[in-house]
Design a protein around this ligand. Structure first.
Ligand SMILES: CC(C)(COP(=O)(O)OP(=O)(O)OC[C@H]1O[C@@H](n2cnc3c(N)ncnc32)[C@H](O)[C@@H]1OP(=O)(O)O)[C@@H](O)C(=O)NCCC(=O)NCCS
Length: 194
């Protein structure tokens, strides 16, 4: 199967790394996702868009979880959650979204980890398992990730994962209520075997 049409049916149900399990989001994850975001509100606020009134209503999370599951089914976005072995709670979220196919075969990567577990190499461990899967089984060629210039943890993480700096975009995303410049990075798939 070529990269152009791969990825719609080959998503792995679950992965295990040394410390974590990882699986695609499903519709039944709504309450789990809501609990993660509410518990990490202060930790995530400086790095995310402002959340409007009602964003954390249970029905809003039900709609979001259903949409993420539908994106996965259609191959237009791959949303994963991870937890520590022995725990059912969400430890981290990773989303490969805005999938473009045709000649581009690219997506945007977003991620976050529970504030209590930062700085232990866990996100690096999780993304090291997911990225080869996204290249091989979801049929993508380029994963793009952008970070605020001052987000040193994110910059270090991406560098360790082999993302290369591609540029600096002015007023790129509206984060915490302000249009903010971002550093643009990307990782390219290894050449397929000939
Ligand atoms: C960015 C984030 C996902 C990183 O997760 P993590 O599990 O802490 O990442 P890791 O431990 O695997 O790697 C973090 C890197 O930052 C380094 N680091 C840890 N604490 C740091 C600090 N206070 N300042 C700078 N770098 C730091 C680590 O040493 C590691 O770099 P190394 O691999 O070169 O040693 C996490 O901090 C987070 O959820 N932040 C809030 C949301 C966010 O910023 N999302 C990304 C938006 S672009």
């Amino acid at each position: 199967m070529g990269r152009e049409d791969a990825g719609r049916a080959r998503l792995s149900p679950i992965f295990a790394t040394e410390r974590a399990w990882i699986r695609p989001v499903c519709g039944a994850d709504a309450e789990r996702l809501r609990a993660y975001h509410l518990a990490n509100r202060a930790h995530l606020a400086p790095w995310e868009p402002e959340r409007p009134e009602g964003f954390h209503d249970p029905e809003a999370w039900r709609a979001r979880a259903a949409l993420q599951a539908e994106n996965i089914r259609q191959g237009s976005g791959y949303h994963f959650l991870a937890g520590l072995h022995g725990s059912g709670e969400i430890l981290a979220l990773c989303a490969f979204s805005n999938v473009a196919r045709g000649a581009f075969l690219a997506c945007h990567l977003g991620y976050s980890i529970d504030g209590a577990h930062q700085g232990r190499g866990l996100m690096s461990e999780i993304l090291s398992a997911l990225i080869p899967h996204v290249f091989q089984d979801c049929g993508l060629h380029r994963i793009m990730a952008a970070h605020l210039p001052e987000n040193e943890r994110s910059a270090r993480l991406l560098a360790r994962l082999g993302f290369e700096r591609e540029g600096h975009a002015r007023a790129y995303l509206k984060i915490a209520g302000r249009w903010r410049d971002h550093v643009l990075t990307a990782r390219i798939a290894p050449d397929p075997p000939v």
